[in-house]
Design a protein around this ligand. Structure first.
Ligand code: ATP
Ligand code: MG
Length: 727
């Protein structure tokens, strides 16, 4: 491919970035301005024009999906297979490094990655062994503490807990947790990055090797790097590499996980003569969508400030739908998608974005009901499902008996008579003698500390694992997987459970065999064996390459996982105060800006049509909430919006422009309607206190009354749920 075609399809600013002389560079620009496109073309440019070897390039993206897309795009531009080129996520690349240099990283060759669920289980066990009350020391707090410290590059020895008992205890938990991970050969997500960074610091010969190799480092979505990721890049780059970062301060949405927008400023200071290029033309969205998004983000303080414009036409207005409840919302969304589909649109062009994973269930039901295919990214992904983790737990133990997280998971699943008391003895022995759980069992059995049924049960379990290990040693991966599912008793256990859920679990287990069958060994992991590679793949890429990736399906995902993507039609669901912005963000003032950036990310995913919906009452997390529309909706200028239902004349309590409900009243002659209330009735609500009925609509199950509460303003309530008392 010649030079000019590499610059085809780029505007002047983009060309300037793609064709810049070798140097450090920051491309700072808003959503949809072609940052990722520039990064991809730059890689091609380096190879084709600057004659740089693919071997000298390292590119970091935010998700595995984005990495695969980038590899594909580069391959398309360059026209050859990029095979072993280092394109991946921070975690993926750091993992690759640790696998290659496990000895230098002080890890056993069979080390395994644990996800946050496994990490939490381990922590629970440690809290118990320390006799710390879970109420006073919630395991999640300890988890946040440990991951937070690791993200800052801190080991226990670097931390001074001063004289604060809580911090001292957390530090102690961190220490013990790390020791047991090290014994068991387990590495959590934060640890992957920390160790990869330590590898640079502790092994200068390795650092020099990689510094000489990677002359070009490119990072997408730079605004979401955390301290350790930044440090890793900075050390690797040294004084000689050319680093190109692209990012958008308005799309920084992982502050809660330690990402630091300041890294953008830091970069300009740390990397000499870095040139800044700004892109200002948006190629993704219609003018209405772009301008509405710009208006929302304009409410944030301390922005670096970027102007975005588009040549695109205004397009359709943004449709805002006020639903009765979450079911109504789901129905609405599904019906719009169904219409689109009937008119010939493809399902995969539609995305539903939500703030919380828990929102997906109702949407899933609506899709099932309508018979439309959907796919969920994030949330409970395939490799995170209970039955899959059970089966993988056995495979992990076969791979490495000392894997404590796997041991905990499957020792008594299916139930084999190993009680909590026995396990407590195993755990405390492990802790006391600094052993893994497996080693503790061996010792307890040898020393005959355990007797009778307990000893038999533990022995039986250990024999099972050992014999599975021997028997499957020569099998190919998928036969082994199938064998493990049978021999472990998992299949029988779920078969005995019956019901749809159990059936789905068996189907998933079968799917795991399929996944094992289609697993392709990555070239760079050839040395570690198929089983080990498969287990790492499952832990790192959970769900991103789902089995049904080729079916045309609606895409459901959290707003966070939508970053960097684009879809012709986007629905943002549950845009309500308390859900989005989330309650937590409302309680902690500084988090509100990040929620607004998340809203900006969500809106700017849409190319042609954006729907925003909210529900007045919502059952979520097992309770019923009444909410008002999100402030973000009110931040969109009216001229870009179309309300799908005409609102009532009633003055809203919080919202300015999107009051509670339209008045479509069906009144009976006596002034009562089917709700059994009349205007003026005095009522009392368990949460909102006293109020007066001012309106009503619907009947039966769907009957609703509008009440003006003394302390809580005006609300619409479902009569069947609100349990109003008359007074
Ligand atoms: P985000 O901030 O959401 O990650 P981005 O800045 O990375 O967005 P891209 O995803 O690279 O933006 O580009 C957005 C869309 O615009 C893509 O569909 C891309 O192909 C298209 N695009 C980018 N530059 C141009 C151009 N010069 N001409 C036509 N289309 C373009
Ligand atoms: Mg991008």
């Amino acid at each position: 491919m010649d030079v000019s075609s590499l610059l085809d399809g780029l505007n002047d600013k983009q060309r300037e970035a793609v064709g810049a002389p070798l140097s450090n560079m920051l491309v700072l620009a808003g959503a949809g301005s072609g940052k990722t496109r520039v990064l991809t073309h730059r890689i091609a440019w380096l190879m084709q024009v600057e004659q740089q070897s693919p071997y000298s390039i390292l590119a970091v993206t935010f998700t595995n999906k984005a990495a695969a897309e980038m590899r594909e795009r580069v391959e398309k531009v360059v026209g050859t297979n990029m095979g072993r080129m280092w394109i991946g996520t921070f975690h993926g690349l750091a993992h690759r490094l640790l696998r290659t240099h496990y000895q230098d990283a002080n890890l056993p060759q069979s080390f395994q990655i644990i996800d946050s669920d496994d990490q939490l289980r381990l922590l629970k066990r440690i809290l118990k062994s320390l006799n710390l009350d879970e109420k006073q020391y919630p395991p999640r707090q300890a988890q946040g503490y440990i991951n937070g410290k690791k993200d800052q590059g801190l080991r226990p020895k670097h931390i001074d807990a001063g004289s604060f008992p809580i911090e001292q205890n957390l530090l102690n938990i961190y220490k013990i947790y790390q020791e047991s991970c090290d014994r068991a050969g387990l590495v959590d997500f934060a640890e992957i990055l920390l160790r990869a960074h330590e590898l640079w610091l502790n092994k200068p010969h390795l650092l020099t090797h990689y510094q000489e190799r990677f002359r070009h480092i490119l990072v997408d979505e730079f605004q979401d790097t955390n301290a350790i990721q930044y440090a890793w890049i900075r050390v690797l780059a040294g004084k000689t590499a050319n680093v190109m970062i692209v990012g958008d301060d308005d799309q920084s949405i992982y502050g809660w996980r330690g990402a630091q927008i300041e890294n953008l400023h830091r970069f300009l200071k740390d990397f000499s003569e870095a040139k800044t290029i700004r892109l200002e033309q948006n190629y993704r969205s219609t003018a209405n969508i772009l301008n509405a998004s710009n208006s929302v983000i304009a409410n944030n303080p301390d922005r670096l400030g970027k102007e975005l414009w588009t040549e695109d036409k205004d397009g359709e207005p943004i449709s805002v739908y006020c639903a009765f409840n979450e079911m109504d919302e789901a129905k609405f969304i599904v019906s719009r998608i169904s219409e689109w589909h009937e008119k010939g649109g493809s399902l995969s062009e539609c995305a539903i974005l939500y703030r919380s994973n828990a929102q997906s269930r109702v949407l899933e039901e609506a899709f099932l009901h309508k018979g439309l295919a959907y796919r969920i990214y994030g949330g409970l992904r395939f490799f995170e499902r209970q039955e899959i983790k059970d089966a993988m737990g056995y495979m992990r133990l076969i791979n490495n008996k000392d894997d404590d997280a796997a041991f905990e998971r499957v020792v008594n699943t299916p139930a084999r008579g190993i009680g909590d008391r026995t396990l407590d003895i195993v755990r405390s022995t492990a802790r006391q003698h600094e052993l893994t759980l497996w080693q503790a069992c061996v010792r307890l059995v040898e020393e005959k500390v355990l007797a009778g049924r307990a000893a038999n049960a533990i022995n039986g379990f250990m024999e099972l694992i050992i014999s599975m290990r021997t028997d499957t040693a020569d099998m190919v991966l998928y036969t082994m997987t199938d064998n493990v599912i049978d021999r472990s008793g998992l299949r029988t256990m779920y078969e005995a459970e019956k019901g749809e859920k159990a059936q789905a679990r068996i189907e998933n287990l079968n799917e795991l065999v399929t996944a094992a069958r289609s697993f392709e060994m990555p070239e760079e992991l050839e040395d570690i064996g198929e089983l080990n590679a498969f287990l790492s793949h499952a832990a790192l890429e959970a769900g991103e390459g789902q089995a049904d990736a080729f079916t045309d399906a609606v895409q459901l995902m959290t707003l966070h996982s939508a970053k960097g993507l684009e879809f012709p039609m986007v629905f943002m669901a549950g845009v309500e105060e308390g859900l989005f912005p989330s309650k937590m963000a409302l309680d902690e003032g500084d988090r509100l800006d990040e929620e607004r950036r998340l809203c900006y990310v969500g809106m700017t995913r849409a190319m042609q049509k954006l729907y925003i919906s909210y529900a007045e009452s919502r059952r979520i997390y097992g309770r019923e909430d009444y909410a008002s529309p999100s402030r973000f909706i009110n931040e969109i200028p009216e001229k870009f919006v179309e309300q799908i239902r005409i609102r009532a004349q009633v003055k809203p309590s919080i919202s300015k422009r999107f009051p509670a409900r339209p008045a479509t009243v069906t009144t009976k002659p006596n002034g009562f309607n089917d709700t059994g209330y009349r205007v003026g009735s005095k009522v009392k609500h368990f949460k909102f206190g006293e109020g007066k009925v001012i309106n009503f609509e619907g009947s039966g199950e769907k009957g609703r009354v509008q009440v003006e509460f003394v302390d809580f303003g005006i609300k619409w309530l479902l009569v069947s749920l609100a349990k109003l008392e008359r007074c």
